[in-house]
Design a protein around this ligand. Structure first.
Ligand SMILES: [Zn+2]
Length: 307
């Protein structure tokens, strides 16, 4: 039996949507819509200082403009603290997490950086503080998940086989920071898992966080999705597009382009169209296939001249 696909858009409403986000959302939408699946929207606003409801509304408006409609919106992360707390509690009860008072400075001193994302590997010795030692601490702790000597393997729909040893390549990782804020790794698993999301399409900059998330799925008894980590959009120098590139945000693009032109350009550059032409997302969905997609980074940032 074929699985009914449930995908999601999970924007962070801390700024205007840029073309790189639009690209990942387009592919997520095409993959789900081409198989009559369901699309969920969720605002990833854990950073309550930078994320606003006004920016969230701007992202909804940009998605509508692009023709990337969703079927339902699940609660934003800022309203999901109870669910994350419950998940952390379950992990505490089973002895998978421990309190940690390490500072960033002390971690940088003793450890080599994480192979993939540059974070220092946390010293396992921190797990073994005595109860008396813990009671002496005056500050609230961060809560870390013990990283076991376990190789997590999965096959990405685009990037192929990927594996990571959690202990040696990642180390114990934070689930809730000392200031009480839950981290993305836990929130995304609880949210996607509870919403029944079975397909995650996102930028390949998040590939290296997937083993941690798969381990959390396992510990929490949730069913993991399949993953497609899509190429990054870069400028002519190979620099990843980001919110710094103001001319690549939807606010600017909407001044000079129609949605079908934006979609057509993305589709052409990533291999879904043989030549650049205006096309709607709906038209593209008719014969979408992951097989057509380019695997390497996609240069799009030099378009000032060739626009
Ligand atoms: Zn520690």
């Amino acid at each position: 039996m074929k699985e009914y696909p449930i995908g999601r858009f999970a924007p962070t409403p801390s700024g205007r949507m840029h073309l790189g986000n639009a690209f990942a959302y387009l592919l997520a939408w095409l993959s789900v819509r081409s198989r009559d699946g369901e699309m969920i929207l969720r605002m990833e606003d854990l950073d309550t200082l930078r994320c606003t409801t006004q920016l969230a509304e701007g992202i909804r408006e940009d998605l509508r403009w692009l023709g990337l409609l969703w079927d339902r919106e699940t609660p934003p992360q800022r309203e999901r603290t109870d669910a994350y707390e419950a998940a952390l509690q379950r992990l505490k009860e089973r002895g998978h997490v421990f309190p940690c008072w390490c500072t960033r400075g002390s971690l940088n001193l003793v450890n080599a950086p994480h192979a993939s994302d540059g974070h220092p590997i946390h010293p396992a010795s921190c797990r073994n503080r005595s109860e008396a030692e813990r009671k002496l601490q005056k500050e609230p702790p961060a809560w870390r998940l013990e990283a076991p000597d376990l190789e997590i393997r999965f096959t990405d729909g685009l990037c192929g086989a990927y594996s990571e040893n959690l202990m040696t390549e990642c180390g114990d990782f934070v689930l809730r920071r000392a200031d009480g804020v839950f981290v993305y790794q836990l929130a995304v698993v609880v949210d996607d898992g509870e919403a029944g999301v079975n397909e995650v399409v996102r930028g390949c900059d998040l590939l290296s966080s997937t083993p941690r998330q798969l381990y959390l799925y396992r510990l929490l008894g949730l069913t993991p999705p399949s993953y497609y980590h899509v190429p990054m959009l870069t400028d002519a120098e190979g620099r990843k597009l980001s919110k710094r590139d103001a001319d690549m945000d939807l606010g600017q693009l909407r001044k000079t382009m129609r949605p079908e032109q934006v979609i057509g350009r993305l589709a052409f550059r990533c291999g879904l169209l043989a030549r650049e032409e205006a096309v709607s997302a709906r038209e593209l969905a008719a014969d979408f296939s992951w097989q057509k997609l380019r695997r390497e980074d996609i240069i799009i940032g030099e378009t000032k001249e060739d626009a």
